[in-house]
Write a protein that binds this ligand. Structure first.
Ligand code: PMP
Length: 367
């Protein structure tokens, strides 16, 4: 008889848990995991390959454990959007294999058995999965109307739960909802522990809206995580990062595995960051496609929520599972997050977005 998970001497607190499970299907129009669906420009790809090729010649050696050139490049990238006196120093930067790994290291350093993390669902599923995976207790608090979190709500819930770690996803996945800086400031004031702002989608916010990175000075318990997986079109390379006080970086050094970022990853990421403008060239187009989705779905009678990211959560879907399947039959995959009456779609290229919107129109008309 086949052995199942339950037959193994697995940790009691992992029994009955579900793994991260976004379906991975090869379909012509994949709009289900908020990737940047635009391929990276060929000249950039060539530069990345040349950098990786040079790194391969030294792959007999362990990589730079401090990934110094990458931290310098990330600090430069973040600082470009800030006033010169607010620049981020390389000593404030940490990176890992995707922001998921950064988040896991944060939980390893600041969470663990006997500690608690607070989140505001619906939110990014990995926050609770990573929390539980590190033996940390996951506690949930309600949002306000329209998935928003006011400064009053965040402060009240933090005082009620008294968590060691607070997760704020800004903008929030899967709803797209922005988080005002006032909410982050209020969370920091109310919390005695870490406030982690997950800014995976920051580049898709309106250009004049400041990032939580602007709040770092004087707030050593505030951590802002970012990723190269979304706007930067680098999901397959697995590079996420964090900006925080240098003391936080010291804490992460205690839990990271030595040499966790391969020399090939470091070389690829540094090369990509040399071309930041080209890598990000599609962000404006993606935002335009996102706005088109909101507009057209509204015309079709659905209820898209306001979004500052590269995806749209929309309600008014009578049977999300059926619509998901009807789209899949047309070669289009979106995300069914089991939010009643809702589906989520990522903004694609103009052609992919058109394919999705035409399919939604056909489905509405019963065609
Ligand atoms: N945070 C949020 C809010 C996300 O949506 C995602 C990816 N879906 C991540 C973090 C993780 O991204 P990565 O590990 O690719 O950096």
């Amino acid at each position: 008889m086949a052995i199942t998970l339950d037959d193994l001497p697995i940790r009691d607190d992992l029994r009955g848990q579900s793994p991260y499970g976004a379906p991975q299907k090869k379909v012509p129009v994949a709009l289900n995991v908020n990737e940047n669906t635009h391929p990276i420009p060929e000249d950039v790809a060539r530069d990345i390959v040349e950098s990786v090729a040079a790194a391969v010649l030294e792959v007999n050696r362990y990589p730079d454990r401090e990934f110094t050139p990458l931290r310098e490049a990330l600090a430069r990238y973040l600082s470009a959007a800030l006033e010169p006196d607010k620049a981020i120093e390389p000593g404030q930067i940490w990176a890992a294999n995707g922001s998921n790994e950064v988040i896991q290291q944060i939980l390893q350093a600041f969470g663990g058995p006997g500690r608690t993390a607070l989140g505001f669902p619906p939110t990014y599923s990995m926050h609770s999965i990573i929390t539980r995976g590190t033996g940390t207790e996951w506690v949930e608090a309600p949002r306000d109307e329209g998935f928003e979190i006011s400064p009053e709500t965040v402060a009240r819930e933090i005082r009620r739960v008294d968590p060691d770690i607070v997760f704020l996803c800004a903008p929030n996945n899967p709803t797209g909802t922005p988080v005002e800086l006032a909410t982050i400031e209020a969370a920091y004031e109310a919390a005695r522990g870490i406030v982690l702002v997950d800014e995976a989608y920051a580049e898709f916010m309106p250009a004049d809206r400041p990032s939580a990175v602007t709040l770092l000075e004087g707030r050593p318990r505030l951590l802002v995580s970012r990723t190269m997986s979304k706007a930067f079109a680098f999901a397959g390379a697995r590079v996420g990062y964090l900006a925080a006080d240098p003391a936080v970086i010291d804490a992460l050094r205690l839990v990271r595995l030595p040499y966790h970022l391969s020399s090939l990853t470091q070389a690829a990421a540094v090369a990509a960051l040399r071309h930041a403008n080209e890598m990000l060239a599609m962000v404006d187009d993606i935002k335009a496609q996102r706005d088109r989705i909101v507009e057209t779905l509204t015309e079709l009678g659905y209820h898209p929520w306001p979004t500052w990211s590269n995806f749209v959560l929309f309600g008014g879907v009578d049977d999300p599972e059926a619509v998901f399947e009807q789209l899949l039959a047309r070669g289009i995959i979106v995300r069914d997050l089991a939010i009643p009456g809702h589906l989520r779609v990522s903004a694609g290229t103009a052609a992919e977005t058109t394919a999705f919107l035409e399919a939604m129109s056909d489905i509405r008309l019963g065609a």
